[in-house]
Ligand binder design. Structure first.
Ligand code: NDP
Length: 293
């Protein structure tokens, strides 16, 4: 019989991921936080809706969480999830957050006889909807093998990264590269535009050359060149992810000067009211810096 799955955090990512589990015939139970609409949509698709986190835990073998950040993880795990799950239950924590937070929660879970996997994701809303996310998983290998079919219902490329916390750490490194690449790609596109180059052709050449990257193959032609900042991964979430790396580095006495600057650029655009927009909006900051009087 399939595991009964509880799902907490039906946001831009969580709702489509939960729908993938329903489509894969898992019995799914959800709740709502402030916004009830995603839970109602899940209900129409076949999920059960219950009034709170404790009730989700009470009817689930495995509970998946994907929340904004560390504070919300602690609110949910301490606010009924760990108390509500039965011994032998499993949590899969998929938020992009600090490794130290998931390690704390893992220890609390283990002391109650509950297993925990750390499993943040990459791929965005479109890949969440098609169940083709990249998932980076930390925790016991036995638990990873046990939960693999559940992860496969949401992801296409699933990596085992070792102990709990390593998933979050790898995700932090990915986001640092993502944000840094985006800022430098924005400068490159701005310069190429000012040189009068054919930007589509420039893009093709770069993607066959050593300067190419995922950002240059995807976000540059789809968003940065056409200045199309349609809804997607929000700048404020990217800034949060960057700050996880910077916070970790600060605690360890590591300096990351280039990333400090990228973080400042993100903050400058958030201060202008762009935090809710697609994070490639940072390309407009480069344009602002070069505005001719
Ligand atoms: P959203 O802000 O869209 O969703 C967050 C969800 O968590 C909402 O359903 C919200 O409910 C719920 N929530 C917030 N606080 C609580 C709480 N205290 N208790 C219970 N539920 C709560 O975020 P995303 O889905 O975009 O992102 C989730 C995570 O995934 C983040 O860590 C993000 O960095 C990461 N991520 C996001 C990607 C993206 O493209 N968006 C891509 C890859 C990773 P309510 O709205 O009702 O408050």
């Amino acid at each position: 019989m399939k595991d009964r799955i509880g799902f907490i955090g039906l946001g831009a990512m969580g709702k489509p991921m939960a729908l993938c589990l329903v489509r894969a015939d898992y019995p799914v139970t959800v709740t709502w936080h402030r916004n009830r609409a995603p839970a109602e949509e899940l209900e129409k698709a076949g999920a059960q809706v219950v009034p709170d986190v404790v009730s989700v835990a009470a009817v689930s073998d495995v509970v998946i969480t994907i929340l904004p950040a560390d504070r919300e993880i602690l609110e949910v795990y301490h606010g009924g999830l760990l108390d509500g799950l039965k011994k032998g239950g499993i949590c899969i924590e998929m938020t992009s957050a600090l490794p130290s937070t998931v390690k704390i929660v893992e220890q609390e879970a283990l002391s109650r006889g509950i297993g925990l996997l750390d499993a943040p994701v990459s791929g965005g809303v479109a890949r969440a909807a098609e169940g083709s996310l990249t998932i980076m998983v930390g925790g016991s290998k036995e638990l990873f093998d046990q939960c693999h079919p559940i992860l496969q219902a949401m992801g296409k490329t699933i990596f085992y990264t070792g102990e709990a916390g390593n998933g979050k750490s790898v995700k932090m490194i990915n986001q640092l590269l993502n944000a840094g690449n985006t800022v430098i790609a924005s400068e490159a596109v701005y310069l190429a535009r000012r040189m009068g180059l054919d930007l589509d052709l420039m893009c093709k050449v770069i993607n066959e050359s050593s300067g190419g990257s995922w950002i240059f193959a995807n976000n540059v032609p789809k968003s940065i060149i056409p200045e199309n900042f349609k809804p997607g991964f929000r700048l404020e979430l990217m800034k949060k992810d960057l700050d996880l790396s910077l916070e970790y580095a600060r605690r360890e006495g590591i300096v990351l000067p280039a990333m400090d600057l990228v973080s400042e650029i993100c903050q400058a655009m958030i201060n202008q009211g762009h935090g809710g927009e697609y994070y490639t909006i940072v390309s407009q900051w480069i344009k602002q810096q070069n505005r001719r009087e």
